[in-house]
Write a protein that binds this ligand. Structure first.
Ligand SMILES: *[C@@H]1O[C@H](CO)[C@@H](O)[C@H](O)[C@H]1NC(C)=O
Ligand SMILES: *[C@@H]1O[C@H](CO)[C@@H](O)[C@H](O)[C@H]1NC(C)=O
Length: 776
C-alpha cells in the first residue's frame, strides 16, 4: 500500500514535471484545443462568429453549478466542454507582478522589468511615456502568459485620488489631481490593452478601487469597516473623474469596486455605482470585479446583510460580475434557490467576463498561433525594456531645491563623494509595492559609483533610524569628501497597503542625521528622498547647508542609475510633484476619515489638495526645477471671448441663459474648446524638458465651493538651450472650465476665467449664446 502510493506519487510527479516543462515551451490552450475533436467544433470556439454569439452559445451549454463556479477569481474548469480552470488575479501596476496568484516567477521567467512606482512615473507628466510603459509591460505579460506563468487579466492601475498625504497606498497612484490621474489611467490602460486590433485585447487592465477609497488603516479605522461619507459634489468633480476617463477614454476592460462603503452602502453592492454609473453612464465594455474578498467583507465585517446568500445576491444584482475570492462560488447557488437572484442575472455577469476572455483570444485555441504568440523569454527584461525603466526614473526625478546651484556635480571636482543613508544602497525599496521580481538593480551607491569614487556609510541601520549609533562614521565620511549625498526617506515598513502614516516627518532620527552630516560636510550636501507620500522636510528646505534636494519616489529597478544621471547632469531633471507637500501642522484638524475635499472654516478643516487647500505648503503641487530656465509667453492671438452655445432640445429659458452659469447638459459642448498657443523659451545653457501646467481659476460666479484653481491641461516638451517651442493647448470648455455645484450638477460659470501658466495669465470671458431653441 505504502509502496504503491509512493510509486504513484513518483509517476504523478514525473507527469507533472512533463506538463510543466511543456508549459514553458508553449502553454496548453485554455479552451478550444484544435486537437480535441469533441470540443473544437462548438460554436463558441468558432473564430468566424461574433463574440456575442459565441458567448451566448457557451453560456447556453453551462449548468447552474458550472456557472456559479465561474463567478470567482479561481474559476473552475469545465472539462466536458474542454475549458480549463483560470486564475483571474494577476497584477501589473508598474511591471508584471507576482502579488496575485495568477503570476509566478521562476524557470524561464526569473523576473520582469520593474518600472518606477506609479507616483514617480506620474511626476514625469509625460503621457507618451505612460503608454510606452504599458506597452512594454503587456509584452512581458503576454510572453509570461505564453510560457504558462501569468494570466491575461491584470488588476492595475490604481487610480484612486491621493486625497490624504498619510495614505499608505498613495505611492501606487498618479497623485492628487483628478485630471492628471484620468490622463494617466487612459494612457497606461491603452498601452497595456493595445489599441490596434479592433475589440481584441492584448491584456485586460482594471481600474481600481471604485470608489472614494483611500484609507487603509488609520487611528483604529480600517478599510474593511470604513463608511466614506462623500458628497455628490466631491463624487462628481473628484472621485469619479479618473475612473470615467479610464472607462471612456482608456476603454478599460474592467473596473474593481473597493472594500469601503460609500454613504452606507458597500461599493460592491451598490447598483447606483456599478450598474448606474460604470455600466450605464460610462458604458463599460468589460467586467466589474470585487476587491479581494470584498463580498465576504461586507457580509462578515460590515454585517451589511443578515445571510451570506443575500450578500451574494446583492453583489450580483448591483452589477458585480466576478468575485475575487471564494464567496460567490460558495453562496450563489443557494441564493438562486431561495429566489434572491435569478439565473438570468448570473448569465449577465458571465456575458461580461467571458466576453473579455474571448477578446483576449482565450477561446481561439493554441496561444502560439495567435497574435502575440511569438512573445517569449527573450522579450522579458530585454535591454530596451530595462533602459525604459531607467528612462522613466530619470523623467520622474523632481529637483525640489538647488541653491547656488550646487547641482549638477562634477565627476572631476567631486571626488570622493560620501554616500550616506539607509536608502543609499537599497534594491527592493526602489520598486515599492505591487512589484514583481526585478531583472536586476542599480542601487544609488552603484549609480553614483559609475561617476566618481564613493565613501559609503549607512548612517542609520534602516529607515526607522531608531538611534544614532552609526552617525559618527557618516559624519567622518562627509568631512573627508568633496560632496555628500544623503539618500534617506521611507520604505514599505513606514507606508504600505494597510499601513497609513501617523505623521509627515521623517522617521526616527533621520532628520538629526541629515542636519548633523550637513553641518560637518566639507563640500555641498545633497538630500535624495525616496518616498511615495509627501514628507515634511521644511528643516532641509530652510537649511543653508543643504544645497539641493531631490525627490525620487520609488524609482524602480534602475533607480540608482537615474539618480546618478541627474546628480551629475547627464540628465536635466524635469519632473514635477504630482501632489502637495504639506507641513506637519496641516494634519491638526484633519481626520483621515473626513472625506470632504473642500475646507470648512467653521471647524478649521483645511480642505484637501491644491484645488481646495489654501494654507502654507512645504512644496506645492507641480513644483519641480531644472538645470536651465524656461519662460512662457501666451501668443497674442489667444481668444479673449468664447461664446457658449445654449439651446437645442432644452426649452428657451431666459433665466437659465442669463444666469451666472449654464448647466453643461444645456450647452452645446461638442468641439467647444479654447485654443491658446504658448511659447516656451529655454533661456539657460542646457537642453531640457519642460512640463507646461495650465491651470484655470473660475470667476466668482463659479460659487464659493469651486476649486480656487484646477489643472486643465499639461504638455511636456523638450526645448534646446536658447531655443523656443510653440505649444498648442486646447481646453475643452464643458469638461475643464466647468465646476460642480453642491447638488453635483456640472455648470459652466459665465464671466472671466483666468488661465495661468507659471506667472503668465490670460483672461477669457465666457458668454452665453442662445441658439436653436425649440419651444415646447
Ligand atoms: C427655467 O428657469 C427656472 C428658474 O431658474 C427653473 O425653475 C426652470 O426649471 C427652468 N426651466 C427649464 C426648462 O430649464
Ligand atoms: C516622453 O517620454 C518619451 C518616452 O520615453 C520620450 O521619448 C520623450 O522624449 C519624452 N518627452 C519629453 C518632452 O521629454
Amino acid at each position: 500500500m505504502k509502496r504503491n502510493t509512493s510509486f504513484s506519487f513518483i509517476l504523478l510527479f514525473s507527469f507533472l514535471l512533463a506538463i510543466t516543462s511543456t508549459n514553458v515551451e508553449a502553454r496548453e490552450p485554455f479552451a478550444c484545443d484544435s486537437r480535441d475533436l469533441n470540443t473544437k467544433n462548438f460554436p463558441f470556439c468558432r473564430t468566424d462568429l461574433r463574440f456575442t454569439d459565441r458567448v451566448n452559445d457557451l453560456i447556453g451549454r453551462l449548468t447552474l453549478q458550472e456557472k456559479v463556479r465561474l463567478l470567482v477569481s479561481g474559476a473552475a474548469a469545465v472539462p466536458r466542454l474542454g475549458i480549463k480552470g483560470y486564475e483571474w488575479w494577476s497584477e501589473a501596476l508598474h511591471g508584471v507582478s507576482n502579488v496575485g496568484p495568477g503570476t509566478t516567477f521562476g524557470g524561464e521567467f526569473p523576473g520582469a522589468t520593474s518600472f518606477p512606482q506609479v507616483i514617480t512615473t506620474a511626476a514625469s507628466f509625460n503621457a507618451t511615456l505612460w503608454e510606452e510603459i504599458g506597452k512594454v509591460v503587456s509584452d512581458e505579460a503576454r510572453a509570461m502568459y505564453n510560457g504558462g506563468q501569468a494570466g491575461l487579466t491584470f488588476w492595475s492601475p490604481n487610480v484612486n485620488i491621493l486625497r490624504d498625504p498619510r495614505w499608505g497606498r498613495g505611492q501606487e497612484t498618479p497623485g492628487e489631481d483628478p485630471i492628471l490621474a484620468g490622463k494617466y489611467a487612459a494612457s497606461y490602460v491603452r498601452g497595456l490593452q493595445g489599441t490596434h486590433d479592433g475589440d481584441r485585447l492584448k491584456v485586460a487592465a482594471s481600474c481600481k478601487h471604485y470608489t472614494a477609497y483611500d484609507l487603509d488603516n488609520w487611528a483604529g479605522v480600517d478599510r474593511f469597516h470604513f463608511n466614506a461619507k462623500v458628497s455628490k459634489q466631491d463624487i462628481e468633480d473628484t472621485f469619479d473623474i479618473p475612473f470615467r476617463s479610464c472607462v471612456m477614454e482608456g476603454k478599460v476592460a474592467s473596473v474593481m469596486c473597493s472594500y469601503n462603503q460609500v454613504n452606507g452602502i458597500p461599493t460592491c453592492a451598490d447598483p447606483k455605482l456599478l450598474k448606474g454609473t460604470i455600466r450605464d453612464a460610462w458604458r463599460l465594455n468589460g467586467y466589474i470585479v470585487s476587491d479581494c474578498d470584498s463580498v465576504g467583507v461586507f457580509y462578515d465585517s460590515q454585517h451589511y446583510t443578515s445571510t451570506p446568500e443575500e450578500a451574494a445576491a446583492d453583489a450580483i444584482r448591483a452589477g458585480l460580475d466576478l468575485d475575487c475570492g471564494p464567496f460567490l462560488g460558495v453562496h450563489t447557488e443557494n441564493a438562486v434557490q431561495r429566489g434572491l437572484v435569478k439565473e438570468a442575472e448570473i448569465n449577465s455577469a458571465l456575458v461580461n467576463t467571458i466576453t473579455v476572455q474571448m477578446r483576449l483570444g482565450m477561446f481561439d485555441g493554441e496561444p502560439s498561433k495567435q497574435r502575440y504568440g511569438n512573445l517569449g523569454p527573450k522579450d522579458v527584461c530585454s535591454p530596451a525594456h530595462q533602459e525604459l525603466a531607467v528612462e522613466a526614473a530619470r523623467q520622474g526625478v523632481v529637483l525640489l531645491k538647488n541653491h547656488g546651484p550646487v547641482l549638477p556635480l562634477s565627476p572631476r571636482r567631486h571626488r570622493p563623494v560620501a554616500v550616506i543613508g539607509p536608502n543609499s544602497d537599497v534594491t527592493v525599496t526602489m520598486i515599492g509595492n505591487y512589484a514583481g521580481v526585478a531583472c536586476g538593480y542599480t542601487t544609488p551607491l552603484q549609480g553614483i559609483g559609475r561617476y566618481t569614487r564613493t565613501i559609503h556609510q549607512p548612517g542609520c541601520e534602516n529607515v526607522a533610524c531608531r538611534n544614532d549609533a552609526l552617525f559618527g562614521g557618516a559624519i567622518n565620511a562627509a568631512r573627508q569628501s568633496d560632496a555628500t549625498i544623503l539618500v534617506m526617506g521611507l520604505d514599505q515598513s513606514i507606508e504600505a497597503e494597510f499601513r497609513d502614516r501617523a505623521g509627515l516627518q521623517l522617521p526616527g532620527h533621520q532628520q538629526e542625521l541629515i542636519s548633523k552630516v550637513a553641518a560637518a560636510s566639507k563640500g555641498p550636501t545633497i538630500l535624495v528622498l525616496m518616498s511615495g507620500g509627501p514628507v515634511d522636510i521644511s528643516f532641509a528646505k530652510n537649511d543653508p547647508k543643504i544645497g539641493a534636494i531631490l525627490w525620487v519616489g520609488y524609482p524602480g529597478q534602475g533607480g540608482g542609475a537615474a539618480i546618478a544621471d541627474v546628480l551629475f547632469g547627464t540628465h536635466n531633471p524635469g519632473g514635477k510633484l504630482p501632489m502637495t507637500w504639506y507641513p506637519q501642522e496641516y494634519l491638526n484638524n484633519l481626520p483621515m476619515t473626513a472625506m470632504n475635499m473642500r475646507s470648512d472654516p467653521s471647524t478649521k478643516y483645511p480642505g484637501r489638495t491644491y484645488r481646495f487647500y489654501k494654507g502654507p505648503v512645504v512644496y506645492p503641487f507641480g513644483h519641480g526645477m531644472s538645470y536651465t530656465n524656461f519662460i512662457h509667453t501666451i501668443a497674442a492671438d489667444a481668444p479673449t471671448i468664447v461664446s457658449v452655445p445654449v439651446g437645442g432640445r432644452h426649452r428657451s429659458n431666459t433665466t437659465t441663459v442669463s444666469s451666472k452659469s449654464i448647466r453643461v447638459t444645456h450647452a452645446r459642448c461638442n468641439k467647444l474648446s479654447l485654443s491658446i498657443s504658448v511659447d516656451v523659451k529655454n533661456t539657460g545653457s542646457k537642453d531640457g524638458s519642460h512640463t507646461l501646467l495650465v491651470f484655470s481659476t473660475p470667476p466668482v460666479s463659479g460659487g464659493n465651493w469651486a476649486p480656487h484653481k484646477q489643472l486643465v491641461a499639461f504638455e511636456k516638451v523638450g526645448v534646446a538651450a536658447g531655443g523656443v517651442r510653440r505649444v498648442g493647448v486646447k481646453i475643452h470648455v464643458c469638461k475643464y472650465l466647468s465646476v460642480v455645484d453642491t447638488a453635483g450638477v456640472r455648470r459652466i460659470p459665465m464671466g472671466e476665467h483666468s488661465i495661468h501658466i507659471g506667472d503668465v495669465r490670460h483672461s477669457v470671458s465666457l458668454q452665453p449664446h442662445t441658439l436653436g431653441v425649440i419651444k415646447i
